[in-house]
Design a protein around this ligand. Structure first.
Ligand code: ADP
Ligand code: MG
Length: 254
């Protein structure tokens, strides 16, 4: 594991995602925005890692870079041992298909496809078919059995996010990233979605990294990273909601 001081040798680490010295600058010259200032992070397999921090602290930028959806200005990102920052676009797309699932705040489903076809899309694009038993289990688990032929517009927000979760899990990726997956949902639905995220870690051993503003969500995590102004300023192990709220107060990051 890479410590906060970044002293551990990356070669000896076991993380499925290893990032070192991640810098991301948007734009140039006087208007340049320094979104990340040199982030080191190692994501442990089989764990739920929560990422907290105020708006604008660089959470989405970090998720996108770790997931290969954006490239850092400098620094290294390894996914399952492969350095992705130097990969060409085609190779990166292939690697993402195999290793990465991504859940967005606003679901990002394709409106003209049914729930079923949205879930299957990552496999369809890769020219693969789902394992029928796994697919049936997944659909039942996310509670979509009677909604499979509906289009996104015919589904509630919670149901749409369930489709997005199933889509992220369908290819059994090495790691799932979720960027505020409950940010657009009411409290009760958020609770259901969080339970689902946690159970995918428990039942499938799904390595998951989740950005959240919600201490209740972070309290379900095995580990919490606190980001402020483009840096990881603190890291804790499993924590209660109360401990997390206290930590946020101490750090004054939210
Ligand atoms: P968070 O997800 O924690 O709210 P972001 O990663 O979205 O933070 O943003 C971090 C910083 O980078 C903010 O100052 C934001 O305005 C800036 N930023 C994000 N995306 C862009 C972009 N495409 N172009 C310019 N600045 C951006
Ligand atoms: Mg964000």
């Amino acid at each position: 594991m890479v410590g906060l001081e970044g002293t551990t040798d990356v070669v000896e680490t076991q993380g499925v995602v290893e990032a070192q010295g991640i810098v991301r600058v948007y734009g140039e010259g006087e208007t340049a925005v320094h979104a990340l200032h040199g982030v080191d992070v190692s994501i442990e397999p089989g764990q739920l890692t929560a990422v907290m921090g105020p708006s604008g602290s660089g959470k989405s930028t970090l998720m996108h870079i770790l997931a290969g959806l954006d490239r850092p200005t400098s620094g290294s990102v390894r996914i399952d041992g492969t350095e992705i920052t130097t990969l060409g676009d085609d190779a990166l797309t292939k690697l993402r298909r195999k290793h990465i699932g991504f859940i967005f705040q606003f679901f990002n489903l394709l409106p003209m496809l049914s729930a079923r076809d949205n879930v299957l899309l990552p496999l369809t694009i890769a020219g693969e078919k789902p394992d029928p038993q796994y697919f049936a289990d997944l659909i039942q688990r996310v509670g979509l059995s009677d909604r499979l032929h509906h289009r996104p517009a015919e589904l509630s927000g919670g149901q749409q996010q369930r489709v997005a979760i199933a889509r992220a899990l369908v290819s059994r990726p090495t790691v799932v990233f979720a960027d505020e997956p409950t940010g657009n949902l009411d409290s009760r639905t958020s609770g259901e979605i969080l339970t689902l995220m946690r159970s995918s870690v428990e039942d499938y051993g799904q390595t998951t990294v989740m950005v959240t503003h919600d201490a209740r969500a972070a309290a379900m995590a095995d580990r919490v990273l606190y980001l402020d102004d483009g840096e990881i300023v603190k890291e804790t192990g499993p924590s209660s909601q109360h401990e997390i709220l206290q930590m946020i107060d101490t750090l004054d990051v939210q």
